[in-house]
Design a protein around this ligand. Structure first.
Ligand SMILES: Nc1ncnc2c1ncn2[C@@H]1O[C@H](COP(=O)(O)OP(=O)(O)OP(=O)(O)O)[C@@H](O)[C@H]1O
Ligand SMILES: [Mg+2]
Length: 321
């Protein structure tokens, strides 16, 4: 049976560096009308200060669920088991999974921020970009003096390579998709979080804009030192950004390692299949590997070994038992 592949005894936890987020034994299930479906099972994930971790894997494997559970942002029908520990700027550790909404509020944006999947179209069409910055700061009184908000917004917009003066007075519809996404990134960094989660921030953008955003994220991270979780199904993109890559498959982390390890010597058959499916300029026509074929083989192996895939359903009665 194929199991989780972890390179070193503790590849999940980089030595020395200070941990920002530490997720242990995390499982998530969603409730539908009559039953529960477990979509994430026994996931461990640790992220150090200043580190970039890429979550990669096919659609539906649980990338968004993992990230949202880690930030306590699951929809109401989601239930989490496991521990999620955040180390705050002060050095104090908090168990995210044990806090209620009111206790979580002061941590949002100031300690952990997120650019949601599809965020490009989520800016309020009735507000200027400057209003977005002002409102975000106003929602966290005391997090930053007013004068600093003005200056820092401008500086951030310049850091994401936008013309701050022009952009601040613009409405979202006056900006291109790539510009709106850069505004979202700047906005997420307004209150200087230690952890930034970006859920497929470049998926809807053209290749050149994607590359620009990756470059911007790298330089922002160098300047500001936040830890980053970047979700993508694009392994080629992951290689340009990640310190470590977690390859997810059916609600579990199938394999986790550095970019060199994952790309140089992939161990899990699913990682191998994902890598083989990246087209190269020198590929012969018709030689691209079929992921579907590899996944069929994996499913057969799991069935033969009697393994339980993470994505299983149970009725209410079973769930109560
Ligand atoms: N609110 C929800 N209620 C019930 N099931 C859900 C809910 N959100 C997600 N799921 C299911 O959980 C599984 C994992 O979904 P998730 O969105 O985490 O995957 P993903 O890897 O982010 O996929 P994508 O690449 O398409 O964004 C899927 O089977 C999905 O249908
Ligand atoms: Mg997703």
């Amino acid at each position: 049976m194929t199991t989780f592949i972890d390179r070193e005894p503790d590849a999940a936890v980089p030595a020395q560096a200070e941990l920002v987020l530490d997720v242990q034994d995390l499982s998530v299930r969603y409730r539908s009308r009559r039953s529960w479906t477990t979509v994430l099972q026994d996931v461990d994930l640790s992220i150090a200060s200043g580190e970039s971790v890429v979550l990669a894997g096919e659609s539906g494997c649980g990338k968004t669920t993992l990230a949202m559970a880690a930030l306590a942002l699951l929809p109401k029908n989601g239930e989490t088991i496991g521990s999620i520990t955040l180390t705050r700027k002060s050095g104090l550790q908090v168990r995210i999974d044990e806090l209620d909404a009111k206790e979580l509020r002061p941590l949002r944006w100031t300690e952990m921020a997120v650019v949601y999947q599809g965020a490009m179209n989520s800016l309020n069409p009735l507000l200027t970009i400057e209003d977005h910055f002002v409102e975000t700061a106003a929602a966290h009184p005391g997090a930053m003096p007013r004068q600093d908000v003005r200056e820092w917004s401008r500086e951030l917009l310049e850091l994401v390579m936008l013309d701050a003066e022009r952009v601040l007075t613009s409405y979202p519809h006056q900006l291109s998709g790539g510009m709106r996404q850069r505004v979202n990134i700047a906005l997420a960094l307004l209150l200087k979080p230690r952890l930034l989660v970006l859920d497929e921030p470049t998926t809807a953008l053209d290749v050149i804009t994607q590359r620009t955003i990756i470059e911007i994220l790298r330089s922002l991270q160098r300047d500001l030192g936040f830890a980053m979780v970047f979700i993508t199904h694009d392994l080629a993109l992951a290689s340009e950004l990640a310190d470590r890559v977690a390859v997810m498959y059916k609600g579990r982390i199938a394999e986790m390692g550095t970019v060199q390890e994952i790309f140089g010597s992939p161990q899990h058959p699913y990682t191998k299949a994902l890598l083989a499916a990246i087209p190269r300029w020198d590929d012969e026509p018709g030689t691209l590997a079929s992921i579907t074929e590899v996944m069929r083989q994996l499913a057969d192996e799991e069935a033969a070994a009697g393994a339980q895939p993470a994505q299983t359903s149970e009725t209410d009665q079973e769930a109560r038992a």
